[in-house]
Design a protein around this ligand. Structure first.
Ligand SMILES: Nc1ncnc2c1ncn2[C@@H]1O[C@H](COP(=O)(O)OP(=O)(O)OP(=O)(O)O)[C@@H](O)[C@H]1O
Ligand SMILES: [Mg+2]
Length: 210
């Protein structure tokens, strides 16, 4: 099995406060890992650290470059003046503007079809509902053909149909070797889902990993 992520003794601080405290974690291809824990336990900080959006205060991280990251939707800048299509295609990591390759365009369309958002292509992202925006951000993450997919609370606000769609898309990616790390503070997200691992954070530390 190939390692997609290895964190060793990772610490992430805001000022003097350790939001992630001595976390070690290895995730391999085809693993589906849930991270749970109470509000403020450090889940988003840990995922931002893994995504490279926050530096580690100490410890080391090794991970694949082929990363797809879906932030907690509250963090997305909805006023950013872009259409759904423009946002999705940036996930292909091709060259910008008029210069996206046919391959990038095809992958972006495929991801939009898979998530049922093709008809939203021309809409501004500021006009979307929360659940629609979440699908857009997921399509963006998927069309880069990630080896590691990081999802921060992707289920919040999803209806039952979208929830089922999300998990079928994630399962398909896991089956083809993608590693998925999914944050949720809601244990009911885990019902009926076979998770390889559930990691629980408390005050920035891993208190359970099974
Ligand atoms: N930008 C910031 N500056 C200072 N402290 C922060 C910042 N972001 C988060 N924190 C603090 O770090 C800790 C972890 O926050 P984090 O957002 O990672 O928690 P979380 O587990 O994702 O919570 P939630 O379930 O509410 O999304 C909290 O105590 C929070 O107040
Ligand atoms: Mg969070």
């Amino acid at each position: 099995m190939t390692e997609r992520l290895r964190l060793i003794n990772a610490v992430i601080k805001y000022g003097d406060v350790k939001a992630v405290d001595d976390v070690s974690l290895t995730v391999r291809d085809g693993e589906f890992v849930f991270i749970t824990g109470a509000n403020g336990s450090g889940k988003s900080t840990l995922t931002r650290g893994i995504a490279g959006l926050l530096p580690l205060s100490s410890g080391t991280i090794t991970r694949t470059e082929r990363l797809g990251y879906v932030p907690q939707v509250e963090e997305a800048d909805r006023n950013f003046p872009a259409s759904v299509w423009e946002i999705v295609i940036t996930g292909t990591q091709g060259r910008g503007g008029l210069f996206y390759s046919m391959g990038s365009r095809r992958r972006a369309l495929q991801a939009m079809d898979e998530l049922g958002i093709r008809d939203l292509a021309k809409r501004g992202i500021n006009s979307l509902s929360g659940g629609q925006l979440r699908r857009v951000l997921l399509a963006r993450a998927l069309c880069g053909e990630p080896e590691l997919l990081l999802l921060d609370e992707p289920c919040a606000g999803l209806d039952a149909e979208s929830h089922a769609l999300l998990f079928s898309v994630l399962r398909k990616n896991v089956a083809s070797g993608c590693a998925v790390i999914m944050v949720t503070h809601d244990a009911s997200d885990l019902e009926g889902i076979h998770a390889d691992r559930v990691i629980t954070l408390s005050h920035g530390r891993i208190v359970n990993d099974e």
